[in-house]
Design a protein around this ligand. Structure first.
Ligand SMILES: Nc1ncnc2c1ncn2[C@@H]1O[C@H](COP(=O)(O)OP(=O)(O)O)[C@@H](O)[C@H]1O
Ligand SMILES: [Mg+2]
Length: 395
């Protein structure tokens, strides 16, 4: 077998045979959606939400018995949306780029009917054509009509809005439009999946009674990839490409990434690339990890730290909380002694700072406490800290 890089970390995984450990959860979510309940799925950045939607689409296409026949899926990527015209562009891309030809054609038919109705070509919205005389109300009408067209492409449909929290700042009431087009009578055959990487933002959109989609979705959390599943996957991929890895090397790899999906794949890739003749050992993994931790220096993470360091008191407190978490872990974040050590005026300020950091997607909370989401960022912070309690690993 040719030695092609088996580890994907720079984009969502789209090859189903390379998606690790998501089958049971995809099954669970598919049944909820087929049962006509919308789902809001939370997962921090780079932990596999978009990848999961690929597994989910496969699951939804299965026949789960008389009450749960196959469903089609349209995935709308909202990551770059700033405005209603941008939203319209994303829906357009989702339909014209749909992987299933049958659905793509159905969408084309719906779109041309729609374009006749509104009197212009939807894709012109994307082209930056002169928009003089187009009112926000007209954009809203176009989006609404487009979403109504979208719901007609299949008799059983799940629409995925990926990075849904983006719409929070989009002017023109996109949520009300979604509600009216995709959650009303006439849309009984449509279920929605909202994914979000900023938990507070997603929650706010669903739990605020002023919001048009208040209470309309079951909230779920993307599960972590089981350690043994990940280990087996790595083991198999190193082996299958002729570069077998030592068990201890794989253990170390997963230990330093904590099983974080993207960082695990990235470190595996580095170790793979560094071992053209196979025999991947612990030293190789340590060296590669070292390089990756150093690369945080020039990344957006160090810009984020600069931003906090130069900010107001509240932002500086975020920096304190971030450093405390990186150095000491999340088990005892509100201890008075630690608060003093990190310069908080009161330990009662720590939770607020952590909440704000969570709003930025930099930290999160799980059953065993708070943690820095990105394991390399956490390691980089701790390494440069004068207050770390364990001496930096000599290397
Ligand atoms: N189920 C999975 N199995 C293996 N690797 C995964 C999985 N999910 C995510 N990854 C890794 O994480 C990276 C980011 O995944 P992505 O789906 O883009 O995350 P998100 O949408 O949450 O930002 C992928 O490039 C891949 O390396
Ligand atoms: Mg994504």
């Amino acid at each position: 077998m040719a030695a092609l890089n088996p580890f994907v970390w720079d984009r969502p995984v789209d090859d189903p045979s390379k998606i690790v450990g998501m089958e049971p959860f995809a099954h669970e979510v598919a049944l909820v959606l087929k049962g006509q309940t919308n789902v809001a799925l939370f997962g921090a950045r780079d932990t596999g939400k978009t990848t999961f939607t690929t597994q989910l689409a496969l699951e939804l296409a299965k026949d789960h018995g008389p009450d749960a026949p196959p469903f089609d899926v349209v995935r709308v990527n909202l990551q770059r949306v700033l405005s209603l015209p941008g939203f319209i562009g994303c829906v357009h891309d989702a339909l014209t780029g749909h992987p299933d030809k049958r659905l793509r054609r159905a969408a084309q038919r719906q779109m041309s009917v729609l374009e006749k109705e509104i009197g212009f070509d939807i894709k012109l919205i994307k082209g930056g054509v002169r928009r003089t005389g187009i009112t926000p109300a007209q954009d809203a009408e176009t989006l609404h009509a487009q979403l109504v067209a979208l719901r007609s492409v299949s008799d059983r449909l799940v629409v995925v809005f990926d990075e849904f929290q983006r719409l929070r700042r989009c002017p023109g009431e996109p949520l009300a439009l979604i509600r009216s087009a995709l959650m009303s009578t006439g849309a009984a055959h449509v279920s929605l999946l909202f994914t979000g990487s900023i938990r507070n933002a997603l929650k706010m959109m669903l739990e605020d009674s002023e919001q048009p989609i208040f209470g309309e979705a079951a909230q779920m959390q993307l599960p972590v990839i089981d350690r043994v599943d990940f280990l087996e996957y790595l083991d198999f991929q190193f082996e299958a490409t002729g570069r077998p890895a030592e068990e201890a090397a794989l253990d170390h790899l997963l230990a330093v990434t904590g099983g974080h999906p993207r960082r695990t794949q990235q470190l595996a890739w580095e170790a793979w690339a560094a071992s053209p003749r196979g025999g991947v050992d612990v030293e190789t993994v340590i060296d590669c990890h070292e390089r990756l931790v150093q690369s945080v220096e020039r990344s957006e993470f160090s810009s984020a730290v600069q931003l906090l360091a130069n900010g107001d008191e509240a932002e500086f407190n975020e920096l304190r909380a971030l450093q405390l978490l990186a150095d000491r872990g999340g088990g005892n974040v509100t201890s008075r002694e630690l608060a003093v050590l990190y310069g908080f005026s009161s330990h009662s300020r720590v939770p607020t700072a952590l909440e704000r950091l969570r709003g930025r997607g930099l930290v999160d909370q799980r059953a065993d406490g708070w943690y820095v989401v990105d394991p390399l960022f956490g390691e980089w912070l701790a390494r440069h800290s004068p207050l770390r309690d364990t001496p930096a690993r000599g290397h």
